[in-house]
Design a protein around this ligand. Structure first.
Ligand code: NAP
Length: 298
């Protein structure tokens, strides 16, 4: 049993190593990407005053840990505190820890409280979705980043749009395309972050997955990146790769995947959109938005 687990893990490491070298060999170094991201944020017009309404706003759904936290921390660093950073998540204690290191932060505990965010901030410039999805004006000032698994999908089953039998990241490709059709001035990014050292595996309800994930994280450590390194790579996508509005598929260093391992199409996009609109219409007709349970503002 132990032998087969070891063999299985070794195989995964070899595959990840192979994929890593093949996909990223032409990418600039992390230091170069960090400098390019810093230049991107410095190039933005200086806010007319430090008043909350005049500085850019970024919302991180899933920003209390992992890749969302990494992206929030790198955004705070690059904007040097001259930004509104909003974190949506359930873990208030984790948010407090991040909160302490940032000059300005609003924590909203309930993801259904988007109305509250919009009533406080005239515009959301960046929306980062690291547990799931998206929404929002002009490129250069507005982008949606959905961190999931671009390029790791397969064909979708048009007879199973309710996802009773299975899920594929292809759905996220299709939704980014549909959102881009609805709002053609906004950049929509579906990113695959690669192998990032986060609590994703260790917080799994499955004991087997927790053990395998702990083993994998230590064995493949040289091939993985920290959450703030991943944050730089994901911001690289916003700053340097996705330079035009529309739907983008992005790899682990923020590079353009183009149509690599793409399994969507026009018919699939239309059917998934129509199904999603119908599901949302039904859900909104039967339940209104919840009131936020807790808010912390600094
Ligand atoms: N880590 C990797 O190597 C890796 C690789 C490929 C793809 N990905 C994808 O990247 C995304 C982020 O992964 P991660 O590693 O950053 O995960 P993570 O460390 O577990 O963080 C997930 C975040 O989502 C929040 N969250 C979960 N359910 C939520 C809900 N119902 N409402 C609001 N917030 C919720 C959690 O906050 P609260 O607990 O505070 O709610 C937490 O901040 C996932 O889609 C994952 O599949 C990750």
């Amino acid at each position: 049993m132990f032998l087969s687990v070891s063999v299985f893990l070794s195989l995964i490491v070899v595959v990840v190593a192979f994929y890593y070298t093949q996909t990223n060999s032409a990418m600039p170094s992390l230091a170069a990407i960090r400098a390019s991201n810093a230049a991107f944020f410095r190039s933005k017009p200086a806010p007319s005053s430090a008043v909350a309404a005049n500085v850019p706003t970024a919302v991180f759904v899933g920003g209390t840990s992992g890749i969302g936290e990494g992206m929030a921390l790198t955004y705070a660093e690059h904007t040097e505190g001259k930004s509104n950073i909003i974190i949506v998540g359930r873990n208030a204690a984790a948010a407090e820890r991040i909160f302490a290191s940032m000059p300005r932060l609003l924590l909203i505990s309930n993801p259904n409280s988007q109305g509250t965010i919009l009533s406080r901030y005239a515009k959301i410039n960046y929306l980062v979705m690291s547990p799931g999805y998206s929404t929002l004006a002009e490129r250069g000032e507005a982008a949606v980043v959905s961190v999931m698994a671009a390029g790791y999908g397969g064909k979708i089953d048009l007879n199973d749009l309710g996802l009773k039998k299975g899920y594929s990241p292809t759905y996220n490709d299709l939704m980014m395309e549909s959102f881009a059709e609805q709002a053609p001035n906004i950049t929509y990014i579906h990113a695959a972050p690669g192998f990032v050292r986060t609590s994703l595996g260790s917080s799994s309800p499955s004991p087997t997955l927790r053990v395998v994930s702990a083993l994998l994280v230590s064995l493949a450590r040289p091939l993985s990146v920290s959450q703030t390194e991943c944050g730089e790579y994901m911001w690289n996508a916003v700053a340097s790769t996705a330079t035009k509005p529309g739907a983008w598929r992005i790899g682990s260093k923020g590079e353009d995947l183009g149509m690599k391992r793409y399994f969507g199409g026009e018919e699939q996009r239309r059917r998934v959109w129509e199904h999603t609109v119908e599901v949302m219409r039904t859900a909104l007709a039967t339940s209104g938005p919840e009131t936020p349970k807790a808010e912390v503002q600094k």
